[in-house]
Design a protein around this ligand. Structure first.
Ligand code: 3HC
Ligand code: NAI
Length: 711
């Protein structure tokens, strides 16, 4: 039973040590349960039964994790025998006690193996999860039937619907684990436990034989109904969560084997959905995005101390992100009052975490001990990396970079958080352009997952590699972007935002557009986003660019009319929506509609009505077309980089996989036909991307471009 990635090494090995058969899964990188592991496990169980000297079986996973789950790469391919569910049944049916000793992750199918074993041990650091829901699936190897029998219906539902890991201690409290070891070696701890069990004459303990106690049934039914009732709110538009609830309900209503059959049929239904394909795409795309040529060629520089210049919204948020990762931060501001504001800003973020119970006060204080501030650039002399987050103004930023050039040690990485400015030009202002890079964080920087790593012409490979290493340390998802106006995300945003303005001008209301976009799965529509971020930011940019605006493109001044009235959104109590008494959810505003009507009249736009589908087709086609341009021009390395940026920075619904994956699912010919149709009314805005034209002509998909040769 060999592993195709490591053909000389068997994926599962076994050897007897006294009365215990040690069965070790050794299938790098994470012991996923590919076909060779499943076959290996069956062979090991055969060996256990064939050898009369074996009195117990100990299941172990080699490396950092026990088992990360089914092999996600196999989904979408024809299933190969044996199925994992059959392997789990064989483990459970083993006539000698089977013990699972877990370190690291026992996730998905990995936890299902654990559930099928008769005894369960965890070493410190072990974590347990049924994350299938995050892949559009449900546990398909008995998990929906065994977990409720072991830990109760309510806890099992939570595990499956949240998909989040629980730590060893919590797993023991839940009853997922029988023994919490103090030592860290699963083999030694597992063997000791096995001997203890044998000495006590412990028998096999099939989980399938456990029943939900009669007096627990009413509460179980209540938990099922509650979960069903919350599906629309917590899992809106998703297919697999409802099937999870149905499968768990079967535990109360049908015998175990019938429950397994139901689970299998639900699993196959989920496997077949576009949601599953999209979520699996998102899983791999997130990891592939970190594989960039520069990181393949060079090792990251070491990062011990961080400098941040600017303590405004972004500087403070970036400081918190660094401190949360245990990196000491020095903040530089232009004068004492600004520094005090910046420091207060950081303290406020932490205080609010403490108030909301997300962090304890001692931990806040500990993190803040790593934080200092100064108005003197000399304080940056020891910094390994400095992030500049001052005003979005080339003159101000160049002055800051001149200071950095003067004080920073050789080899320090000099990063800018600019949203739009030309980092090539900024790099040229210093004597060490090879050290200059863009690190584009998103607001709030301590929360938002996306980090665009903007790669200027002259930057050294190891500086790019350092950016990716930093992202990993900050637990962020990094995407490599080339230099252009807006990089990947903001550049695409500008175009679909414009499509929303044109919809508005032509007859759709902002509320209708927002609703259509929400129904697609975004958490918010574009007008809600503007209200949240503050309308003044976009207004300032529009004013700055007024002189260079393409005169052939329509300009819709509705947002300007709101800003002229001081309606900047939530922070001013009104914008596109009304926010009475500091409300966070806006109300529709008839005055805004009147302003929009006036603007439409001035523009002389032909008015029409739009269905939700028509709104979405335009909004998404604009996003996809600009995404294609971004790939075509090499700003994004691959279509998946566009998908990852939009998923993690712009709220694109994960179960749709990102705009370019979604476009593949819809069919690129259909997207192109839409663009041609819209171009008939507005040919200046709707210009098909050369890449889209090319792919359609060749009958190819964006996915075909996702393979990147590492050089
Ligand atoms: N199948 C295939 N490949 C997997 C995998 C899996 N289940 N889990 C991880 N990998 C791959 C990754 O793609 C990556 O490959 P690469 O090096 O070629 O890019 C490599 O393993 C390392 O993964 P990470 O970068 O994620 O490593 P970390 O150390 O950061 O995290 C982990 C390890 C916590 C185990 C994390 O990989 C993880 O959460 N994996 C997914 C777990 C999961 O979703 N399991 C459920 C699968 S569905 C299932 O089990 C169905 C069943 O019910 C029938
Ligand atoms: P901000 O106006 O909130 O903060 C800027 C800070 O820089 C102020 O505290 C100011 O005192 C300080 N500053 C100005 N000149 C300085 C100098 N010479 N030396 C030291 N400090 C100086 O601005 P914000 O929103 O934090 O933006 C900063 C940068 O981040 C800009 O380049 C912006 O484009 C970018 N950005 C902003 C995002 C946002 O959502 N606000 C998102 C991503 C990037």
């Amino acid at each position: 039973m060999t592993d195709p990635r490591h053909p000389s090494v068997p994926a599962v090995t076994w050897r007897r040590e006294g009365p215990v058969l040690l069965v070790t899964i050794d299938h790098p990188p994470v012991n996923a349960l590919g076909v060779e592991v499943r076959r290996g496990l069956l062979a090991a169980l055969d060996a256990a039964q064939a050898d009369v000297a074996v009195q117990a079986v100990l299941l172990l996973g080699k490396g950092r994790n026990f088992i990360a789950g089914a092999d996600i790469r196999e989904f979408g391919q024809p299933p190969q025998a044996p199925l994992l569910t059959d392997v789990c049944n064989r483990i459970e049916a083993c006539p000698r006690p089977v013990i699972a000793a877990v370190q690291g992750a026992a996730f998905g199918g990995g936890l299902e193996v654990v559930l099928a074993a008769h005894y369960r041990l965890a070493v410190p650091g072990a974590k347990f999860a049924l994350p299938e829901v995050t892949l559009g699936l449900l546990p398909g190897a008995g998990g929906t039937q065994r977990a409720p029998r072991l830990i109760g219906v309510e806890a099992a539902l939570k595990l499956m619907l949240d998909g989040k890991p629980v730590a060893a201690r919590q797993a023991a409290d839940l009853g997922l684990v029988d023994r919490l070891a103090t030592g860290t070696d699963p083999q030694a701890e597992g063997l000791a436990y096995a001997h203890e069990l044998l000495a006590a004459g412990a028998a096999v303990r099939p989980t399938r034989d456990r029943a939900i106690a009669a007096d627990a049934v009413p509460a179980a039914r209540q938990a099922i109904e509650a979960a069903r009732g919350s599906l629309n709110k917590k899992h809106r538009g998703l297919f697999s969560p409802a099937r999870i609830v149905d499968a768990v309900e079967a535990v109360l209503d049908v015998p175990f084997d019938e429950g397994l059959r139901l689970e299998r049929s639900f699993f196959l239904q989920c496997l077949d959905t576009p949601q599953r394909a999209a979520l699996v795409h998102a899983f791999f795309a997130e990891r592939e995005a970190a594989k960039v040529p520069e990181a393949g060629r060079a090792r990251p520089r070491s990062l011990e101390r961080i400098g941040i210049v600017g303590g405004g919204t972004m500087g403070a948020g970036i400081a918190v992100a660094m401190l949360d990762a245990g990196l000491p931060v020095v903040m530089i501001e232009r004068d004492d009052p600004s520094l005090a504001r910046g420091q207060a800003h950081v303290a406020k973020v932490y205080d609010s975490l403490v108030q909301r119970g997300r962090l304890d006060a001692a931990e806040r204080d500990r993190r803040l001990t790593l934080f200092s501030g100064s108005t003197d650039y000399a304080a940056l002399a020891q910094a390994d990396l400095v992030v500049e987050a001052v005003f979005e103004d080339m003159a101000v930023k160049s002055a800051v970079f001149a200071e950095l050039d003067r004080v920073c040690k050789p080899g320090a990485v000099l990063a800018s958080n600019t949203s739009y400015l030309d980092i090539n030009a900024l790099a040229k202002t210093v004597a060490r352009p090879q050290d200059v890079i863009g690190l584009h964080f998103f607001s709030p920087a301590n929360i938002m997952k996306l980090l665009e790593i903007v790669v200027p012409e002259q930057v050294a490979d190891d500086v790019v590699a350092t950016g990716f290493a930093l992202a990993k340390r900050l637990k962020k998802v990094a995407v490599r972007a080339g230099v252009c106006d807006g990089f990947i995300g903001n550049r695409i945003l500008a175009v679909y935002r414009q499509a929303a303005d044109y919809l508005l001008a032509d007859g759709a209301s902002p509320y209708q557009i927002d609703q259509a976009v929400r129904h697609f799965g975004f958490p918010m529509g574009p007008f809600q986003v503007t209200d949240l971020a503050g309308g003044d930011i976009g207004w300032a940019t529009r004013k700055r660019r007024a002189a260079t605006r393409d005169p052939l493109l329509r300009y819709v001044p509705a947002a300007d009319r709101l800003c002229e009235r001081g309606w900047f959104g939530q922070k001013t109590g009104r914008g596109w929506y009304l926010y009475p008494d500091g409300a966070r959810v806006g109300q529709e505003d008839p005055e805004v509609l009147a302003i929009v009507a006036e603007v439409r009249q001035q523009l002389g736009a032909v008015q029409r009505t739009f269905t939700e589908d028509e709104i979405l087709r335009r909004y998404l086609a604009a996003m996809i077309n600009e995404g294609a341009n971004v790939v075509h021009q090499g700003i994004a390395l691959r279509p998946l980089d566009v998908d990852v940026a939009m998923l993690y920075g712009y709220g694109f619904p994960r179960h749709r996989g990102g705009p370019l994956h979604y476009a593949d699912q819809v069919g690129l010919d259909k997207i192109l036909a839409d663009i041609h149709e819209f171009a008939a009314q507005d040919p200046h805005f709707w210009k098909p991307s050369p890449l889209l034209l090319q792919l359609v002509a060749q009958g190819r998909r964006f996915q075909d471009l996702n393979q990147l040769q590492q050089d």
